[in-house]
Design a protein around this ligand. Structure first.
Ligand SMILES: NC(=O)c1ccc[n+]([C@@H]2O[C@H](COP(=O)([O-])OP(=O)(O)OC[C@H]3O[C@@H](n4cnc5c(N)ncnc54)[C@H](O)[C@@H]3O)[C@@H](O)[C@H]2O)c1
Ligand SMILES: O=c1ccn([C@@H]2O[C@H](COP(=O)(O)OP(=O)(O)O[C@H]3OC[C@](O)(CO)[C@H]3O)[C@@H](O)[C@H]2O)c(=O)[nH]1
Length: 386
């Protein structure tokens, strides 16, 4: 850790970070990175701590003085401003960010992603503190290409689908498609953060993650989350594989995504933390444009990889089709394709993702199998016995 320097060769001084949403998927990996590889301190704020308990237990005394957990719901807790004042930098990760909630709990989604983030922006701005705010690739919504005829040659032209922070429009569906409640709330909070920067000098960075995946993402229904809960696709498909049931392809599994390994993405966030002069006032896409698949291809690859890491053969019918109405309910809609343009993050931070989709699925599904296979078997045998 000694002698660490930033991208311009200047020494990196230890700082205190107020991390809101530190107990979630991304927060847990960021806390690990900061504890294992840097001298920085973390004030970890969340309502849950299960995913970072290995960093908080007395056995990990090595960094006991560098991480403190504060069980706080930022909706209604006056301690928040004090923590932001104590820190040099605030990172806000807190949000409802599972698509199954966007159309079924649109009010909670809008409050969580816009209203609850307002005081965080305000306290940072008023107290002259730097803010890294987590937005989403969903602010781009649908691509321009999605509105072209299916056989239009323009659909092959990157100008119609590659998503650029400073050029691409944000294209959402109609209001009755409540799926877009999340994207719209995230877009408005981005605009507010940007305006605080422009009018009041807030030092900010906005991160737009493109489908970061890896261990500890969401939950396995009925094991460490509600039986009827619908997590994001990695956990949905992991759950199906663990239970030896077909993977459900929503509306034919035709939508396309680029997936990035959480550990690659966290490298990018650490560069932002430690290079404020290069990261401030920027919006960054963080994704892996080389890892594009349709959801159907993702299902096929996960089936193959899971078979390899578990030693179990795959089932006879590995996938089934399901309509979005059946799976998510009324008001669901989808982003067709998400390829991040990497020009800005490359220029400012020299960062590039490294891990292929196959490799990241291999390490992630090894983790899923080791963590959940036995618990799923037991839960299933109990259900059959009843
Ligand atoms: N994982 C991705 O690929 C991805 C993609 C796009 C955007 N994002 C954004 O990144 C951020 C983190 O995502 P994640 O995948 O880690 O999600 P996550 O759900 O695992 O983590 C969010 C954390 O915030 C906490 N939280 C929510 N509301 C809170 C409140 N009122 N008070 C205190 N804590 C609260 C939750 O308990 C949870 O631990 C979110 O803002 C999300 O919109 C993530
Ligand atoms: O069992 C399933 C679950 C999902 N799908 C389809 O997979 C696509 C991806 O779904 P998911 O990862 O759940 O979410 P999205 O990519 O649509 O949205 C996320 O992107 C970033 C973020 O902001 C935070 O993570 C969030 O909004 C999708 O097409 C589903 O329909 C499936 O076929 N089967």
């Amino acid at each position: 850790m000694a002698g660490r320097v930033d991208l311009d060769g200047n020494p990196i001084n230890p700082i205190t970070i107020c991390m809101i949403g530190a107990g979630g998927f991304i927060g847990s990996h960021l806390c690990e990175k900061l504890m294992f590889e840097t001298p920085h301190k973390v004030l970890a704020v969340d309502v849950y701590s299960d995913k970072i308990k290995h960093l908080l237990e007395p056995a990990t005394i090595q960094w006991a003085d560098r991480i403190q957990f504060h069980r706080i719901n930022i909706k209604n807790d006056s301690r928040l401003e004090g923590l932001i004042k104590m820190a040099d930098l605030t990172i806000n990760l807190a949000a409802i960010c599972t698509p199954a909630d966007y159309n079924t709990r649109p009010l909670d989604t809008i409050y969580s992603n816009f209203i609850d983030a307002l005081p965080v922006v305000k306290y940072c701005s008023e107290n002259g503190k730097r803010l890294i705010h987590f937005s989403t690739c969903e602010v781009y919504g649908k691509t321009i290409g999605a509105f072209l005829p299916k056989d239009s040659p323009l659909r092959q032209d990157p100008a119609y689908y590659v998503l650029k922070e400073d050029a691409s429009p944000c294209i959402f569906g109609p209001i009755e498609k409540q799926r877009w409640s999340y994207a719209c709330a995230k877009q408005l909070i981005e605009r507010l953060v940007y305006a605080e920067g422009a009018e009041n000098g807030l030092e900010f960075t906005i991160v737009r993650p493109f489908n970061w995946i890896g261990p500890r993402m969401d939950f396995i229904p009925g094991i460490d989350g509600p039986s009827e809960g619908v997590p994001r696709v990695l956990a949905c498909f992991s759950n199906n594989l663990l239970r030896r049931e077909p993977l459900k392809l929503v509306d034919g599994g035709e939508s396309q995504r680029t997936f990035i390994y959480i550990k690659d993405a966290i490298e990018a966030v650490l560069l932002m933390i430690e290079n404020p002069a290069r990261a401030n006032s920027h919006i960054f896409n963080v994704g892996n444009p080389n890892n594009e698949v349709t959801v159907r291809q993702l299902a096929e690859m996960m089936t193959q990889v899971y078979s390899k890491v578990s030693g179990e053969s795959s089932i006879e019918t590995p996938t089934i089709d399901v309509s979005s109405k059946e799976f998510y309910g009324e008001g669901y809609d989808d982003s067709d394709k998400r390829i991040p343009d990497m020009t800005i993050i490359n220029k400012q931070l020299g960062w590039n993702p490294k891990t292929s989709l196959w490799d990241l699925l291999e390490s992630t599904l090894t983790y899923q199998h080791r963590t959940y296979a036995e618990a799923v078997k037991q839960a299933m045998s109990k259900t059959t016995a009843i």
